[in-house]
Design a protein around this ligand. Structure first.
Ligand SMILES: Nc1ncnc2c1ncn2[C@@H]1O[C@H](COP(=O)(O)OP(=O)(O)OP(=O)(O)O)[C@@H](O)[C@H]1O
Ligand SMILES: [Mg+2]
Length: 316
């Protein structure tokens, strides 16, 4: 594989310190004694950088963080030996709380609101991003926008990337995704719900979703649309046509971070010079490999490599 140093930059403007634990049974009005606590530096762009690093690649992760949770977040990022750049903010980085209920194998996810980000703070992240982008490289803007960040933020990222000769990949929803598409990006990765919300298609109407994705490509809003379908795999739509991959049969435990892992696999392989088809196989493999691990744990390299071989065998 070719070295991809300097080629991939990720941006996380609303990260979360992921706190995960387990308890026997969730009941109201009682103390719930929990098992061990695990802390992870979460948020779309950071998860993408973490999976890229785990798969042997390299990404530069820019993130906003503040307060004591922001400091704890920074320490976790440093401990994972990621190449990361923190934009300090006055607000306090949020936490996300995931509890696995042992008796039912159910999972409860509490996603707290992020801190308000000021204009000088988000402008600073754009300036750092501009300085980090390499021509021919990839910018991955992933995750929700924190309060205070304008809806056209990812559209601004897309413009910056284009001006520097890089490809912009956006994983977002609602107004932020719509604005990025209006600006024009290289790739988007809507999940089923995000696609329905974006184009107003009837929930789960697969034909309508594919049609809507094709229209995005025809009007130049994106070159690639990866419509991810959870346990039904994913569909890749481009000017070259429509390709579908199923998920390999695996024991599914927790899908937290599956979409971020999908994106990491896709972008890493493209940056390494692989074909779109190979990148698509790695993406589905990485998303599915993450679903095999509990709580916020992401995929392992060996699972991804095993599943991508399996997918390459069953697809053409
Ligand atoms: N239950 C599952 N079983 C196997 N693989 C899964 C499962 N859920 C997700 N995946 C893998 O992860 C990829 C992305 O999942 P999904 O479509 O749920 O996107 P997401 O971004 O995690 O969703 P959302 O943003 O709506 O929470 C899928 O294409 C698939 O490869
Ligand atoms: Mg997602």
């Amino acid at each position: 594989m070719r070295e991809n140093r300097g080629l991939i930059v990720t941006l996380t403007v609303n990260p979360a310190l992921d706190v995960s634990t387990s308890t026997e049974r969730i009941v109201s009005n009682e103390k719930l004694r929990c098992g061990l606590t695990r802390l992870d530096p979460g948020g779309g762009g950071m998860n993408v950088a973490r999976v890229i690093s785990r798969l042997g690649g390299h990404a530069h992760a820019i993130y906003l963080a503040g307060g004591s949770t922001g400091d704890a977040y920074e320490k976790l990022v440093t401990d994972e030996e990621l190449e990361a750049e923190r934009v300090p903010i006055a607000g306090v980085t949020r936490e996300s709380f995931t509890v696995d209920e042992i008796s039912t194998a159910g999972q409860y996810r509490f996603v707290l609101q992020g801190p308000t980000v000021t204009e000088p703070e988000w402008q600073k992240s754009l300036a750092l991003l501009e300085a980090s982008i390499s021509p021919g490289g990839y910018v991955v803007a992933s995750g929700s926008l924190a309060p205070g960040i304008p809806d056209d933020f990812y559209a601004r990222v897309a413009r910056l990337a284009r001006n520097k000769g890089a490809r912009c990949v956006v994983d977002a929803s609602g107004a932020a995704l719509a604005a990025a598409l209006a600006e024009g990006v290289y790739m988007v990765k809507p999940s089923r719900h995000e696609m329905d919300e974006l184009v107003g298609t009837a929930p789960g109407g697969r034909g309508n979703q594919i049609q809507a994705a094709s229209e995005l490509i025809e009007r130049g809003a994106a070159e690639l649309v990866a419509l991810t379908l959870g346990d039904e795999g994913a569909i890749l739509i481009s000017a070259a046509g429509v390709k579908r991959l199923p998920v390999p049969q695996v024991p599914v435990i927790s899908t937290v971070g599956a979409g971020d892992s999908f994106l990491a696999g896709f972008v890493l392989r493209l940056a390494q010079g692989c074909s779109q088809h190979a990148a698509f196989c790695t993406a589905v493999a990485a998303g599915t490999a993450t679903s095999m691990n509990p709580a916020t744990l992401l995929c392992t390299k060996s699972d991804v490599e095993r599943l991508e071989k399996e997918l390459a065998r069953i697809s053409h």
